[in-house]
Design a binder for this molecule. Structure first.
Ligand SMILES: [Zn+2]
Length: 318
């Protein structure tokens, strides 16, 4: 088996491409529908939910939809998708062939999600893990504390006669937020992209409560949810903003309220995740990949950064 930084994995004469554009027309496995993981050309394999999100979001019509847990034979290599708890349709990819197993995490969340399937963690001998928040600087507060922050932000805003506006990515974070806001029993308006993505969630039976499409009015009743890039163009008369993101923990001093609701694993959860997979070798990629690889080595793992040449002192099971 050989693993390359561009997402290519070779098992003997077979190749699997993970979340990257294929150079030779080979099939690509897309872990989930976020733009930094998605390709739009070539033969795409993804979960059924991701297939639908790609159709609606990017007009992709060349994707084959797979069910979680059902093995798929790709040129003699067994591919199985497992829920990763990140957004609707997000998947870890287990690849098995020539007596070797490799798990690609994609983006993962260990906290039980409100709007998608919870993570299921399989064992694999080799692991590629996304290190987005892979440093001790990131440790999420207890979920109840985040709910209290959301509640306080809404109450304070309404008390000041302002409209509480949550800035949340249109795919994933907005739907997680909508499922939380159901309990507040206030009218909720959402921007067009949030509305479109939410309708796909509902196609797959996810209850996001009642919400209406925001049509650029100056006044809306209750709460508004829009993606961050829309804030500067907002026509709303009296908004008060809260950014909803794991990066909130690194944004002390911002004028906006920061709510650290994340769809990613924090540092401790990443370590727990690797312990559960229990691999012989780990590659870290993206984000704080060096920091995470170093922490894993301290815990006794044979770990290296995918984008860097392997340490000659480490014996890698390649
Ligand atoms: Zn993602």
């Amino acid at each position: 088996m050989k693993v390359y930084p561009d997402g290519r994995v070779e098992f003997g004469s077979s190749a699997v491409i993970l979340d990257h554009a294929a150079k030779n027309g080979e099939p690509v496995i897309v872990s989930h529908a976020h733009a930094d993981h998605t390709v739009r050309k070539g033969q795409i394999l993804a979960s059924r939910e991701t297939k639908r999100l790609l159709e609606v979001r990017y007009n992709v019509n060349n994707c084959e939809g797979l069910s979680y847990g059902k093995p798929y034979n790709l040129d003699g290599v067994k591919i199985t998708l497992y829920p990763s708890g990140h957004i609707l349709g997000s998947a870890q990819v287990l690849i098995e062939g020539s007596g070797i197993s490799l798990l690609y995490s994609g983006d993962i969340k260990l906290r039980r999600p409100s709007s998608c399937a919870p993570i299921e963690i399989p064992h694999a001998e080799n692991l590629i893990v996304e290190a987005t928040f892979g440093t001790h600087l990131f440790q999420w507060p207890r979920f109840e504390r985040i709910l209290d922050q959301i509640d306080k932000f809404i109450r304070d805003s309404l008390h000041q006669d302002k409209t509480p506006v949550f800035l949340a990515y249109s795919l994933g974070k907005s739907q997680e937020l909508l499922s939380i806001l159901k309990d507040f029993r206030l009218p909720v308006s959402v921007s067009k992209t949030v509305f479109q993505m939410s309708k796909v969630y509902e196609e797959f039976g996810i209850d996001l409560g009642t919400y209406t499409l925001y049509e650029e009015e100056e006044v809306v009743p209750g709460i508004l949810v829009i993606p961050p890039q829309k804030a500067r163009y907002l026509k709303l008369a009296n908004p008060r903003f809260a950014m909803v993101s794991g990066w909130a923990l690194s944004r002390n001093g911002s004028r906006r309220t920061q709510i650290p609701l994340s769809d990613h694993a924090d540092f401790g959860e990443l370590l727990r995740y690797v312990d559960k997979v229990n691999p012989r070798h780990v590659w870290t990629t993206h984000g704080y990949s060096r920091e995470l690889a170093s922490a894993l080595r301290h815990r006794g793992y044979c770990a290296s950064v995918l984008e860097e040449p392997p340490d000659p002192d480490l014996s890698l099971p390649l």
